[in-house]
Design a protein around this ligand. Structure first.
Ligand code: UD2
Ligand code: MN
Length: 520
């Protein structure tokens, strides 16, 4: 019954949405903007935007939506003096139909006095009119980049121009639902250090149906800095007596959130050295938590978003490179010693970045350990039980841990592989640790200044010793401190069976540098 009544009947209830604007919007949409092309059979409606553009254009931008909130949300009251907001929407080659729906749903479902302005940042889309024509709509402003900047720098540009007390960021393919903004502004008004997101409902990318998302989710991630939605644990759910109560979240999805403008500026906006897409949600989430704020999802605010399976736009430096560049900056500046787990999970990322350490010092932010302990204790810290292990093999031979009678230190050798592939001989089995060490028992492959500088030895493991770090690079094993490669060298006796292990300049064609390893 409740659901029946919460179905919107007419387009919207909007005290301020006057007829004149209605006319403007209708005209605007039908005559000048969409420029609906005929969808002839054979045209692929997914081609340009990676969602069904035909269905999208068929779906009226002012359609009625089901109110997807918990019914108790409808009984809440919000203060009369909420702060007005500047809504910042960046886009690159967004479909006109989705862009218009984003804006029209905002105009339809937001009290007029709460919208200071809607700032569109056109990130160098092919057609400047996608943005410009929309400035006919009330409150809408348009900024166009004169080159592709990516969403991070575009958002900063929009935020710098904004004059509302509070900033609201949205993606360009959203559809806001009833009363979406009020509970968000309320939370920020009560405490300016809160950064708040709505529950993100799903606009089906094939049918454009608006589907309610679960309100029992929060943001989480793994050590490769891959975002995922997480069910609240049974305990967390039990603690939530009131379904309208906000949910603290370790991380936000990134696109849809409200933040006090001066708090955003104080915290250092975004890392503008990040390109195109990705990673900025980790950076801002760690920063908010570690520098004195908090992140939450407000279940009484609902905004639909078109989730896609792939990016419709190109990445000038490639998708994977950009993601790694952006997340590596996050790991280097914010994750302290835990960044090793990130490098372990993403072997392709390496090297230091010149980052925002100075910002972190100035704001006197807490440690990543504090973040893990207080904000995300559920994230499992890797230990040896989930390490990668197995033999390190060259032709018929395997690296081995040899103990010689009367000698305290074990010796690193190369001998015929023993045992089977599944169950190798114990002394030939190596663990690749999260700190990028190659280990057996308490000893790690290492170099020493006491011996010929190139000789690889087994020394007691020491996580902070950079000389003990190795990484697979093609079929080579690279010693990270020297950028040399693990090599097997003929010993002085000239016997094939007694090779020494050394590092030497990497040589793609040298078979003595090729290793099969149990990790990537
Ligand atoms: C999610 C976020 C998105 C962003 C991203 C990580 C949600 C719903 N979406 O990915 O906001 O945080 O994770 O970076 O939480 N855009 C530009 N310039 C570009 C590329 C994209 O302006 O060069 C715009 C794009 O048109 C869109 C927004 O940035 O409005 C986000 O891009 P997306 O929709 O492809 O990202 P999404 O939703 O997969
Ligand atoms: Mn999006």
């Amino acid at each position: 019954l409740v659901i029946l009544f919460s179905q919107e009947k007419s387009v919207d209830n909007k005290p301020w949405y006057r007829d004149a604007w209605d006319d403007l919007l209708d005209q605007f949409e039908e005559k000048s903007y969409l420029n609906a092309r005929r969808w002839k059979p054979g045209l692929d409606p997914y081609k340009l935007h990676a969602f069904n553009q035909r269905e999208c254009e068929r779906t009226p931008s002012n359609r009625a939506l089901r109110d997807t909130r918990h019914y108790r949300c409808t009984t809440l009251h919000y203060g009369p003096d909420l702060p007005p907001t500047s809504i910042v929407i960046t886009f690159h080659n967004e479909a006109r139909a989705t862009l218009l729906r984003t804006i029209r749903s905002i105009l339809n479902r937001t009290p007029v006095h709460l919208i200071h302005e809607i700032i569109l940042v056109d990130d160098f889309s092919d057609d400047p009119n996608d943005c410009l024509l929309l400035t006919k709509l009330p409150k809408v402003k348009c900024l166009r980049n004169d080159r592709r900047e990516g969403l991070i720098r575009s958002r900063v540009r929009g935020a710098d121009m904004a004059r509302g007390e509070v900033l609201t960021f949205l993606d360009s393919h959203c559809e806001v639902n009833k009363d979406w903004l009020l509970p968000l502004l309320q939370r920020v008004k009560e405490d300016r250090t809160r950064v708040v997101s709505p529950v993100i409902d799903i606009i089906n990318m094939d049918t454009f149906a608006y589907v309610a998302a679960s309100a029992d989710l929060r943001g989480g991630f793994d050590w490769s800095l891959h975002f995922k939605w997480e069910q609240l644990s049974a305990e967390q759910r039990a603690r939530r007596a009131d379904p309208t109560e906000p949910i603290k979240t370790p991380i936000i999805a990134g696109g849809l959130f409200v933040i006090d403008r001066s708090w955003f500026n104080h915290l250092g906006k975004y890392d503008t050295a990040m390109d195109i897409w990705g990673g900025e949600n980790f950076e801002i989430s760690f920063r908010v938590w570690m520098c004195g704020g908090s992140l939450e999802i407000v279940p009484c605010s609902r905004v639909g978003h078109v989730f896609r399976k792939k990016h419709p736009y190109v990445f000038p430096d490639g998708n994977a490179n950009t993601y790694i560049k952006n997340t590596r900056r996050t790991a280097e500046v914010w994750m302290d010693e835990f960044k090793l787990f990130y490098y372990w999970a993403r072997p392709a990322a390496r090297g230091n970045v010149r980052g925002r350490e100075e910002l972190r010092r100035r704001l006197k932010c807490k440690s990543f350990k504090w973040y893990l302990d207080h904000v995300y204790p559920e994230l499992k810290i890797p230990d040896d039980s989930d390490s990668k292990s197995g033999v390190i093999r060259q032709r018929q031979n395997c690296l081995e841990y040899q103990t010689l009678e009367g000698q305290e230190m074990p010796v690193l050798g190369l001998g015929p592989c023993m045992g089977t592939k599944e169950v190798p001989a114990l002394y030939q089995e190596w663990i690749y640790t999260h700190g990028q060490q190659i280990r057996q028992k308490q000893h790690c492959l290492s170099l020493s200044t006491m011996f010929p500088a190139s000789q690889v030895l087994l020394l007691p493991c020491n996580a902070s010793d950079g000389k003990q770090r190795w990484q697979k690079s093609g079929s080579h094993l690279e010693h990270l401190a020297s950028h040399f490669c693990l090599d097997s060298e003929m010993a002085l006796d000239g016997l094939e069976s007694s090779r020494m292990l050394v590092i030497s300049p990497c040589e793609p064609s040298a078979y003595t540098q090729r290793w099969e390893v149990p990790f990537s």
